[in-house]
Write a protein that binds this ligand. Structure first.
Ligand code: SAH
Ligand code: SF4
Ligand code: F3S
Length: 474
């Protein structure tokens, strides 16, 4: 049982520069006369988790609302990746606080990574909060809500080694009906020294492949034409069949999902450079419906900084990996994440990040300056000694270079014909449709007779750094 279209607001704080805000309107199927309102921040994993939360709440009869003033329960699914992400959440809590003055019975719950990082402290620091629920405890929400309704605080921040929510059918929030995210792993075992995720999301675990395939097949049957397999580090997906003892790795899983139907596009995110194998690359090359696009965050182009970041690869190793990708999948687009001004970063080390970006020819990147997170390895071991001014200047240089690289990348597309999966109407004009190429580039083109959710061939005529423009061809 699940609600088809509850309300959610999604704000992606994890990606600087592309923060977006997304609202959906609710229709409820069952009713206990209670309504919830939810906002999500952070990475796609958090957005996906909000879809699980919506499913659990709908099972106990909650309907959703886009108007927090008429809700009985306000939930905020939070991110801790950088200080700014947590600041944003605290600002939102101030707004909820004002509402609570007028509506004392309303419950406020903090979910996700900030709940996990701060635990009980959050209840002490933020008096208005009634519920604190970590990412592995969402099944407990009905009990915790009941506790809070009785006037106590409801808290569960237990991190599990098994929970994958495999049997919960997520409610597709704000769905375009064409593309969907499917979580395949939870948690992360890679202790990158700057990163809070291993502490907020716990140990890495892989979801049963049969439940993944069933979810993807169900999506296809309902008209969806693209799934993105999600995890902090999808390439370390590993599952052992308890009966046969056979192993399924990420390359196998990709192949299994690709075989569901050749009209179902497969994407995945995120890949850790150390774990992406030739077997994965050969499967991408073998199946037309596995998209030629890899998000392969480098973080820094300098071997000394990479060592301090505990990324377990160095500059040369990463460059070899990039070369191998272009060798096996020549038209692959590669994107990245970069952190400017990590502890002790010299000007020369920063230059190495700029030069590796040029070597890798990234199609796009998410770019950040370093934000020290409490209790991480970097916090314990290194001084956060680069001034904010220098961090920002270096970040600007990285952003400017990426704009040039994206421009060059897109310029090469002019004159080419791409197979595009149509996702939506263009934001700018009702007469235009928008969809993506296999390389994950957004293309806008005149609608003619084309329909959302179908594949078309588009000839590229024009471009900006962010979008390609074209026309339909046979
Ligand atoms: N699992 C993914 C990353 C998830 S976090 C991976 O390993 O690629 C998304 C991005 O946020 C990271 O790639 C990194 O670039 C950035 N990030 C993480 N911690 C950060 C910090 N303390 N300061 C600034 N950026 C950070
Ligand atoms: Fe964080 Fe590294 Fe894990 Fe990514 S791989 S979530 S950056 S610890
Ligand atoms: Fe943020 Fe947690 Fe994702 S810290 S980036 S919401 S895993």
């Amino acid at each position: 049982m699940y609600n088809d279209n509850p309300t959610i607001k999604n704000i992606d704080e994890s990606k600087q520069g592309d923060a977006f805000f997304n609202e959906q309107i609710a229709t409820n199927t069952s009713d206990n006369n209670k309504k919830f309102y939810i906002e999500s921040y952070g990475c796609q994993m958090n957005f996906s988790d909000s879809e699980i939360v919506a499913s659990i709440l709908s099972d106990i009869g909650y309907s959703s609302t886009r108007d927090m003033e008429e809700s009985d329960l306000i939930l905020i699914n939070t991110c801790s990746i950088r200080e700014k992400a947590e600041d944003t959440v605290r600002k939102r809590l101030r707004i909820f606080d004002k509402l609570k003055d007028n509506k004392p019975g309303i419950l406020v719950g903090v979910l996700g990574c900030m709940a996990e990082r701060l635990k009980k402290k959050l209840l002490e620091q933020e008096k208005l909060v009634d519920l604190v629920v970590g990412p592995d405890a969402y099944r407990e929400l009905p009990n915790l809500i009941a506790t809070a309704e009785d006037g106590d605080k409801g808290i569960n921040v237990f991190l599990s080694r098994e929970e994958t929510y495999a049997n919960i059918n997520p409610v597709r929030l704000g769905s375009n009906g064409v593309t969907a995210f499917v979580t395949i792993t939870r948690g992360c075992d890679n202790m990158c020294s700057f990163c809070v995720v291993p502490f907020t999301r716990g140990r890495e675990r892989s979801r049963d492949p049969f439940s993944i395939l069933a979810e993807c097949k169900d999506l296809f049957d309902r008209g969806f034409r693209e799934v993105t397999l999600l995890g902090q580090n999808v390439d370390s997906y590993k599952w052992e069949n308890p009966d046969t003892k056979e192993n399924v790795d990420f390359a196998d899983l990709l192949e299994m999902t690709a075989k569901i139907n050749s009209d179902l596009r497969i994407r995945f995110s995120t890949s850790h450079p150390k774990d992406i194998t030739d077997k994965v690359l050969f499967n991408i090359s073998k199946y037309e419906n596995i998209c030629n696009y890899i998000h392969l965050p480098v973080q820094s182009g300098n071997s000394n900084i990479l060592k301090k970041m505990n990324r377990t690869y160095d500059r040369e190793w990463y460059i070899n990996k990039i070369n191998r990708i272009y060798e096996i999948i020549p038209d692959c687009a590669i994107s990245s994440d970069m952190i400017a001004g990590f502890c002790g970063e010299t000007e020369k080390e920063h230059q190495d990040t700029l030069s590796i970006m040029e070597l890798a020819k990234y199609s796009m990147s998410y770019m950040f300056f370093y934000s020290e997170r409490p209790n991480t390895l970097a916090h314990k071991k290194y001084e956060d000694d680069i001034s904010l001014e220098i961090k920002k200047r270096r970040l600007n240089e990285i952003i400017r270079l990426q704009q040039q690289l994206s421009y060059q990348h897109n310029k090469k597309e002019v004159g080419k014909i791409h197979k595009v999966l149509i996702e939506k109407e263009s934001k700018k004009s009702k007469n235009d449709l928008a969809g993506r190429t296999s390389q994950n580039k957004m293309v806008v083109f005149p609608r003619e007779e084309a329909k959302i959710g179908t594949y078309v061939n588009v000839k590229i005529n024009d471009f900006t750094t962010a979008t390609l423009k074209g026309e339909l061809v046979q």
